[in-house]
Design a protein around this ligand. Structure first.
Ligand SMILES: NC(=O)c1ccc[n+]([C@@H]2O[C@H](COP(=O)([O-])OP(=O)(O)OC[C@H]3O[C@@H](n4cnc5c(N)ncnc54)[C@H](OP(=O)(O)O)[C@@H]3O)[C@@H](O)[C@H]2O)c1
Length: 328
């Protein structure tokens, strides 16, 4: 493997929309003790990146500029760690507080797990934040056999993982989505209902025996709906709860990193066992990051939107918004 001297990083110098993101070259920082240099192959994009970038997240107000973008990545180790745990050529999945949108990252081994060989690069790159948010939420609610759980935006990035893992845990799952996603959710064994006026009746029809938990990813009237369906307050999670979960997963103190990595390890195993599949409906070259966020912000992605550093085709793959707009 040739020596890496310069890397590509996506950075921004001020709060704003995705157009503040700039592609820059930077000298590579030699990894310190307990760190590795990883060549990034794929990296996910998440709504929280945009909330942070826009300046709306006060917890990030003191974070200095320039800032990096992105927290999820999968890649290949270029320079291993001094203890020999991760060696050159190892395929890994990792997480970072910021800076995953880059050609290479220097990360502590504590933030890495081995990529199972049968988990695709696209899935691996989009796994961390959406997957750990889904797992944390299901863990907190102790979703399991006997539950009937309603999950909003069940065809989206977090919702599609959450719905499949809730089913895997033994629950009956009702997922809200647009009609074009009914077939997708049915194939996963999720009972689809459309969101919007009349949703309470539609859910009651699908769950005459009652609903035991409700997870509102999208953030519209979830609390009122949960109360109307008789869901105990302790078994309801709002979109704000989800935001708190995501911000917690982005903390980079050693205990938080270790916790995030333990969830990532579970996710990699669950993905390897096919307990869930992560559908990637938008795959963009890293250089097209502004289009990737534009796609995400249309709020109709199916599964995840992922960036790739080594696009191997000269044509564009179908974008999430193309799938959405094709229905008209
Ligand atoms: N409150 C917070 O701080 C916070 C934190 C993170 C995320 N969120 C929000 O949570 C949502 C989902 O997150 P994600 O990461 O899973 O995003 P995503 O992948 O962009 O989710 C898109 C999904 O949202 C569904 N959707 C669109 N309009 C909806 C509505 N009115 N009601 C219910 N679902 C609707 C879409 O379904 P169809 O295409 O089938 O219509 C699509 O499958 C996003 O809107 C995001 O902004 C909020």
């Amino acid at each position: 493997m040739s020596k890496v001297e310069e890397i590509t990083v996506i950075q921004y110098d001020r709060n704003g929309d995705a157009d503040v993101l700039e592609e820059r070259t930077a000298p590579v920082r030699p990894p310190g003790s307990g760190e590795v240099l990883v060549e990034v192959i794929t990296a996910g994009v998440n709504h929280i990146d945009g909330f942070i970038r826009s300046g709306r997240e006060e917890a990030w107000a003191d974070e200095p500029f320039p800032r990096g973008s992105g927290s999820d990545f999968a890649g290949i180790v270029v320079t291993g760690d001094d203890a020999g745990r991760f060696r050159p050529g190892h395929e890994v999945i990792g997480h970072l507080r910021q800076g995953a949108h880059a050609s290479h990252v220097v990360v502590p081994v504590a933030a890495l797990v081995r990529k199972p060989p049968h988990v695709s690069w696209e899935t691996a790159g989009g796994l961390f934040l959406a997957g750990a948010t889904a797992l944390d939420t299901l863990d907190e609610l102790r979703i399991g056999p006997g539950d009937t759980v309603v999950i909003s935006a069940a065809a989206g990035g977090v919702g599609s993982i959450e719905a499949q893992l809730a089913k895997h845990a033994g629950a009956r799952v009702i997922g809200t989505c647009g009609e074009r996603n009914f077939d997708y959710l049915r194939q996963l064994g999720i009972h689809p209902v459309t969101y919007g006026p009349g949703i309470e009746d539609r859910i009651r029809e699908k769950a005459p025996e009652g609903v035991t938990a409700l997870i509102d990813n999208f953030g519209q009237d979830g609390r009122a709906l949960a109360a109307a369906l008789g869901v105990p307050p302790a078994r309801y999670r709002s979109s704000e709860d989800r935001r708190d979960t995501e911000l917690r997963l982005l903390l980079d103190d050693p205990a938080s990193v270790a916790r995030g990595t333990a969830q990532l390890e579970r996710l990699a195993r669950l993905a390897d066992e096919r307990a869930f599949t992560l559908l990637v409906s938008g795959f963009y070259p890293l250089t097209d990051i502004v289009s990737a966020y534009d796609d995400l912000q249309r709020l109709h992605a199916r599964g995840k939107i992922v960036l790739g550093t080594h696009p191997v085709t000269t044509y564009r793959t179908v974008k999430a918004r193309d799938i959405h707009e094709a229905r008209d």
